[in-house]
Design a protein around this ligand. Structure first.
Ligand SMILES: [Zn+2]
Length: 195
């Protein structure tokens, strides 16, 4: 039956949007969405195809909704993981973080519970990458202190001998984790040290 008006059932498209024939085939793939701090989640990726004309697509717009929901979950997990890592690996409590960045008390707890804004999540990811940014906040972003802090931490990140920071944990793509937190150095630097 060719009928565009009847080509939807409960808001779901049942007829091909190209040739208007009914009998669409629905195919589901598993797809992984990941965030470096939030981890991974698996989502169903759906597409429809029409045997009559060969057209195919995500005609009910299911994938974007699912992808955005996955992203939201991951961002929430990222903020939670980062707050835990800051506390456990760097001794940076929620309270200290809030004080250094002039955030209202209990802000981090609220982010963990209800999810953080995109801007707040970005801030947490920056701090996770460079935890010493918190110290900079404590010094009210003093530019001289900022440069000293940068040089001090850049030296540590280079994995020079005797810094005690080298940990042999190789990650993907020539990047490996060093130290107890989230500081990174090129893998070949450490391989040279190990040789
Ligand atoms: Zn068709």
């Amino acid at each position: 039956m060719k009928n565009t008006a009847a080509g939807k059932k409960d808001g779901i498209l049942t007829n091909c949007p190209v040739c208007d024939e009914p009998g669409l085939k629905r195919t589901v793939h598993k797809s992984v969405v990941e965030d470096p701090f939030g981890g991974q989640v698996e989502i169903d990726k759906v597409y429809y195809s029409c045997d009559q004309c060969g057209a195919e697509g995500d005609w009910n717009n299911e994938n974007e909704v699912r992808y955005l929901a996955a992203l939201e979950t991951l961002q929430k997990m990222a903020v939670s993981n980062i707050a835990e890592s800051l506390k456990n690996d760097h001794g940076i409590s929620n309270l200290y973080l809030e004080r250094c960045f002039a955030l209202p008390m209990r802000t981090v707890a609220r982010w963990k519970k209800d999810g953080a804004s995109a801007a707040a999540t970005a801030l947490m990811k920056c701090v996770a990458t460079y935890p010493w940014l918190v110290e900079l906040g404590e010094k009210n972003f003093d530019s001289v202190f900022a440069n000293e802090l940068l040089i001090k931490n850049a030296e540590s990140a280079k994995c020079v001998p005797n810094t005690g920071l080298v940990i042999p944990e190789i990650e993907a793509n020539g990047i490996k984790k060093v130290g107890t937190g989230l500081r990174y150095a090129a893998a070949d630097e450490e391989l040279a040290l190990a040789a």
